[in-house]
Ligand binder design. Sequence first.
Ligand code: AMP
Length: 579
Amino acid sequence: MVFGIGKNKTAPAVPGVASAMPRDGQVKGGRPMSGLMQDWPMTVDKVLEHARINHGFREVITRTVEGPVVRQTYAEIYDRSKQVSAALLEDGMQIGDRIATLAWNTGRHMETWYGTMCVGGVLHTVNPRLFPEQIAWIINHAGDTHLFFDITFLPIVEAIHDKCPTLRRFVLLTDEAHMPKDAKVPNLVAYETYIAGKSKDVEWGNFDEKTACGLCYTSGTTGDPKGVLYSHRSNVLHALMGAQKDALGIGVSDVVLPVVPMFHANAWGITFLAPLVGAGLVMPGAKMDGASIYELLDSEKVTFSAAVPTVWLTLLQHLESNNLKLPHLERVVIGGSAVPERILRAFEENYQVEVIHAWGMTEMSPMGSLGSMTPEVKAKGRDETVRYKLKQGRPPFGVEMKIIDDDGNDVPRDGKTSGHLMVRGWAVANAYFKGAGGNILDENGYFDTGDVANICPYGFMQITDRAKDVIKSGGEWISSIDIENIAVGHPAVAVAAAIGLPHPKWDERPLLIIELKPGATATREDILNYLNGKIAKWWMPDDVAFVDKVPLGATGKINKLQLRETFKNHRLPTVQAAE
Ligand code: AMP
């Protein structure tokens, strides 16, 4: 029996499609018809499978943590990832188990990544730059069962392993020859021993594309770090988004060096995107100083790279002081913090390397917008083009953004009116892991980024402020609230407020503002000594300022906007040294 479109209003509903039935204002009548296309789940095993079949000989080159540069191919990475899967399954891993890594960008990290994800495990990249207590907190919150880590991080693991009861296996990402004899970690095995002789025939995939795939905690929120739980589907779609020409736009003739770590929102998706398009990969391991990055850019003829501004600053300094050129590099993506104009101009004008300024968030997998230029902007000439490149860019297909005022109304896209930047899309978080933070979407499914921005008529978004109470230094978050909570423990302190001030090297550095208790006294050094050892060294405020009264807003919260305004000309003692 054939039903015509728009007829048969009384036909029985197709089982399971009630939610798809017309609502008011939609086409009435008829019934949804399924397309006759293959149901091919979007799972990330397909990405590496594709690379093996079509680009199996393309290289993945790693500067290993042990020292030498090692060359592998996608076919080898594939085989060894299968062995990781086999080892994990033999070791009792079940679908949905969280497998943690504390690791640099290397071939072994990539194998652990695919080896875990492709059999339904959740690869949890832990940020090793956090304070050990925070790392332990995150591992416990995630309930990780295994921890794969680089030798660099052995001291961290020695310090926290007995505070993490769910961890039952520790894998050191090295071989027997490099195993430390006196490591104080139980159930420790060398990675090469762990996977040696394991089957390369483990079945991958065959589960729902919405299955969880990766976990990454963000400290860019108030309160405790929150877990962003990526799905296979979101990661595949995000990689396809990245492959758009005006997004990262890399292809088979590119050699890609992701300096941005895999523990930062999946190295901005590059660990999926490069094998998906068959681009070569160069993994920098533990060394991200200017000289080491330059060496790889040069020796491996890298065409495309991605990093936060601080990394590029050190590379540019190295190039300038050694009178070097970048003959192979064609494009760099710079994001995580706003690109300073001098970095943009140096790359484009002194080294003929195109800069793509990108904005995103861990919660967005992370791509949100990219600054590839439009014909209208290019027609305005060089200086205007630079002005547009310094904005945070346009959303690729797959991200929708809007700006709203405090009452939730859309503001005009005039490039002037700023408001709360709201986003939605297929690779944007729906909720945090284990429900942390409660409902994070508005009634239309938009996520509040915590950034304050405007959008211009050409569609370029520009961040103008940050509503969230965090400080970003060298691409990493510093929790102002954590610093404040510790500082108020000092017996002389009544109120403490930490704000980020601009810094030429680190983008932002913390200034701690103190209101003392009546009659109490304390010096800058007293406060800094008190914080010392209670927070990570790089969280230590660069300066302490004292005020009679810390300003409070209408709801009694510290008015950070006012403090940022009051202290906007405060010169941090570390600024001069960095200039
Ligand atoms: P994360 O989740 O650590 O990637 O941090 C995301 C946040 O970093 C954003 O919400 C912004 O506040 C900031 N951010 C990322 N990229 C940029 C950029 N290009 N310009 C300014 N801020 C940025």
